[in-house]
Write a protein that binds this ligand. Sequence first.
Ligand code: GLU
Length: 511
Amino acid sequence: MKNIRVRFAPSPTGPLHIGGVRTALYNYLLAKKHQGAFVLRIEDTDRTRYVEGAEEYIKRALEWFGMSPDEGVDQGGAYGPYRQSDRKEIYLKYVDDLVAAGRAYIAFDTPEEIQAMREREQNKGVHSPKYDASTRMTMRNSLTLSAGEVTGLQQQGTPYVVRLLVEPGRTVEIEDLVRGSVRFDTTELDDKVLLKGDGMPTYHLANIVDDHLMEITHVIRGEEWLSSTAHHVLLYEAFGWKDSMPSFAHLPLILKPSGKGKLSKRDGAKFGFPVFPLAWDAGEGEEAYLGFKEAGFLPDAVINFLAFLGWNPGGEREIFTLSELVEVFDPAHIVKSGARFDYEKALWFNQQHIMRLPDDALLEWLRPGMSAYYTDWSEEQLKRVIPLMKERIKTRNEFYENTRFFFSEDWPYEEKMIRKKWKEDSPAHLQNLLAGLKQIDPFEAAACEATVKTFISENGLSFGAIMPLLRIGLTGTLKGPDLFQTMEILGRERTIARLERALEAFPRIKG
Ligand code: GLU
């Protein structure tokens, strides 16, 4: 088999949506699985939709996920340039070839003339009129004008486009890797514009020329491009490149959490979850978005989640890192039906990945955010807290939020529980226990546990009479990691000081 070459070909029209990341991912996985090439091509020929910063964003997102292109705008490569606006001249030659071969033609129609044609057709009862075989001979183009007229108009600088000549009455068929055989009736297709009035190619022309010149073997992209594929096949035919046409795989839609309708960028704000990988801030007055990164996700967890939106490896196993996915990826297991975006599932994947990550990797991941939450924390403390918390958090932010009592003295008591648990004999018990805890040396979890348990049993008390008070006194809340480990990490001094504070505060709260 030929070396596999795939491309991720985003248009820099805004931040990369999570669906785009999935497209990049499937391309990347196929390339890496077969030691092929993953190419990043920037499709920026539509200058009206160009958004400043979007190309940078796309590159940063790929980098965050660890999906670096083998060839691309920054990497270079033997098939460059990889930004379509830098390839303008290349397309002109190919479009000239098509016109010379009679597979495309020049059209001078103004928008008003095209509108008038539509109205004429509609009056005749045509439902959705098109510039096609049924209308092209009524228009101003190189098929209806003489060669001299065409040259004359061009010399006067009359704006024109180049259109593909679509022959009606044929069936075009592709064998899609996901959808199987897909057929199109060419009578339904219009004479697509290939070259625009500004001399820029349209997406269709540039995409086909580039896929051919870059020797792309597989086109993996979203379902929304399936209908364009008919024109693409006709273009391959027109150029005489049909034999080296790439294979196509059109990925299923990503659906809203309800399963109804396509997931949109607005849904993130609406339901309170990210739909972009990284934060995007387009400046004043524009909508800003937070990404999965800022929501406290590990890149591998997002990748794992996205991989399973529309694909599965078969079998029970669900947790994979990016490199493990490379091993098992098989496009034959991509599903046809839309995949529901389930944020709870994304959180679950993140939790699973956090649990599996070695402590030193977690340290690297957590360290940079610490100072935004705490002024007074040490790396030493953080190192000790990580093993205690790693099975208890779904996001990075949850780690910071749920470990306040380790790194700060500023946290509230769950007062309702104090009112419920603080009894007449509680002050005496807590006093005595405190006296016992003061004796412990070294102040370790096992010794704390032994002291507390012995105290409870020797005084004929129940766990429920002591443990909740101890926990709230030390951490403010009833939820949390192992209490004796917590005490060891806090150390004797802070444990004692907090319990002394509780002895004063709890009676006041009880009132
Ligand atoms: N530039 C197109 C996009 O933004 C690429 C579609 C394709 O992969 O052919 O998605």
